[in-house]
Design a protein around this ligand. Structure first.
Ligand SMILES: Cc1ncc(COP(=O)(O)O)c(C=O)c1O
Length: 402
């Protein structure tokens, strides 16, 4: 079914009619806007229930515990996670990956495979471990248009302990063939972790159906508050991770010379938590569930097809030429213009908000000898009319400055 963004725009304060500053928000791969329902949930916590979860026994605290753990159930259901206690709350996706890189019980010399276009969050932790002599890290080279080279992957998988790959790239929206990768990895005895920062907000997730071992995502890219991230995994793997950040709440019992840790998820959630954030993240995912992930994905494709067809002769579109292979992401370069200048002019002239630069994937730009890009990324509240403004403004910029 085709989704109508006008059914939702009123929920997003910046998209409401009559805004003083009319902005067109195309930086959704960085962070999405939040609907009023999510903002209200944060305010509800701070207004009526501003307490801690899990510790005190009074009614404020009981509300927090119930709603915080309720959010864990919602998030587990949204991901179709194998176990709600295997859903660990972190500060962001980066912290979730660091949890695994610090706590996974590697044997010296174990091999970890990534793609050649990982976000720094899923590259730096592995390069650090390699430089400490713990693991060997290798990127699987992509095809020329950045799509996944499954034959190359099959050649490289033997002897690999962990496959840690970006599910959908923030660079250009390319998606790896997750099912095949999990099957091939499991046949070879490797564990798979997917960086789903750019897939959970846009695609139906089914961890159980995929038989996925571990995954991470960011709340703020899925209409949740900043400071929310998730690591989810099979219980036996999550159980087997060593505690990462330790202290209050992670322990059952302590002495001056010994510690008895709690079971997951508590083992990994040290200190007082971002209660309002995760409660509101649950609300965000419920909202997405109501929109329907298939309809949302189709809407992003419609916008990307429309924008691609209008822009393909004006700019150099990067990554795969088919918008279907780029989801909701449109990366491009304007010949003769610096991408930061283009981004600032789009904002200045028409309030069009896009990202410019290397998008935290410096290794790919360096490896390919590519210049930085401008990135427009679409979400449920974006419209074809907004795409028209992007295209018209770009056309003016190109006419006036090249
Ligand atoms: C693919 C990908 N992975 C990881 C991250 C890092 O996410 P976070 O900011 O939640 O740590 C991002 C953020 O842009 C991303 O796009």
């Amino acid at each position: 079914m085709v989704m109508d963004p006008y059914n939702y725009r009123n929920d997003f304060p910046l998209c409401r009619e009559g805004q003083k500053e009319k902005l067109i928000y195309f930086d959704n791969a960085c962070m999405t806007l939040r609907p009023q329902q999510v903002i209200d949930r944060l305010v509800e916590y701070y207004t009526f229930h501003p307490g801690c979860g899990g510790r005190s026994l009074h009614r404020i605290s009981s509300w927090v515990t119930e709603n915080y753990e309720g959010a864990r159930d919602t998030i587990a259901e949204f991901l179709k996670a194998p176990d709600r206690d295997g859903v660990i709350f972190t500060k962001n996706a980066t912290e979730a990956i660091n949890l695994v890189s610090h706590s996974f019980r590697f044997n010296r010399g174990d091999r970890v495979l990534g793609t050649d276009h990982e976000h720094n969050s899923n590259l730096v932790p592995w390069v650090q471990l390699m430089n400490k002599g713990v693991i060997r890290y290798e990127p699987v080279p992509s095809m020329d248009d950045n799509t996944f080279d499954i034959e190359k992957f099959k050649e490289m998988i033997p002897g690999t302990r962990l496959v840690s790959m970006v599910h959908v790239s923030n660079l250009d929206g390319t998606r790896i063939p997750e099912k095949e990768i999990v099957e091939i990895s499991h046949d070879s005895g490797a564990i798979v972790m997917l960086d789903c920062a750019q897939s959970v907000p846009h695609l139906k997730m089914d961890m159980k159906g995929l038989d996925l071992d571990l995954m991470v995502f960011s709340g703020h890219k899925a209409m949740g508050p900043t400071g929310t991230g998730v690591l989810a995994g099979k219980p036996e793997l999550i159980n087997d991770l060593d505690p990462f950040i330790v202290g209050g709440d992670t322990v059952h019992e302590t002495g001056y010379d010994r510690v008895e840790f709690l079971d997951p998820p508590k083992k990994f959630e040290a200190g007082l938590q971002h209660y309002s954030g995760f409660i509101a993240l649950g609300t965000a995912l419920e909202y997405l569930e109501r929109v329907g992930m298939d309809d949302l994905h189709e809407h992003e494709l419609i916008l990307n097809r429309y924008a691609t067809s209008k822009m393909k002769d004006m700019v150099r579109i990067m990554g795969p030429s088919r918008p279907e292979d780029r989801g909701g992401i449109l990366p491009f370069q304007v010949r003769g213009l610096n991408p930061h200048d283009v981004a600032m002019m789009l904002d200045e002239i028409a309030g069009v908000e896009v990202r410019s630069g290397k998008h935290c994937v410096h290794s790919w730009f360096k490896g390919k000898g590519e210049d930085p890009s401008v990135r427009a990324s679409f979400y449920l509240y974006n419209t074809k009319q907004e795409v028209d403004v992007l295209v018209d403004t770009l056309s003016t910029i190109i006419e006036d400055f090249t």
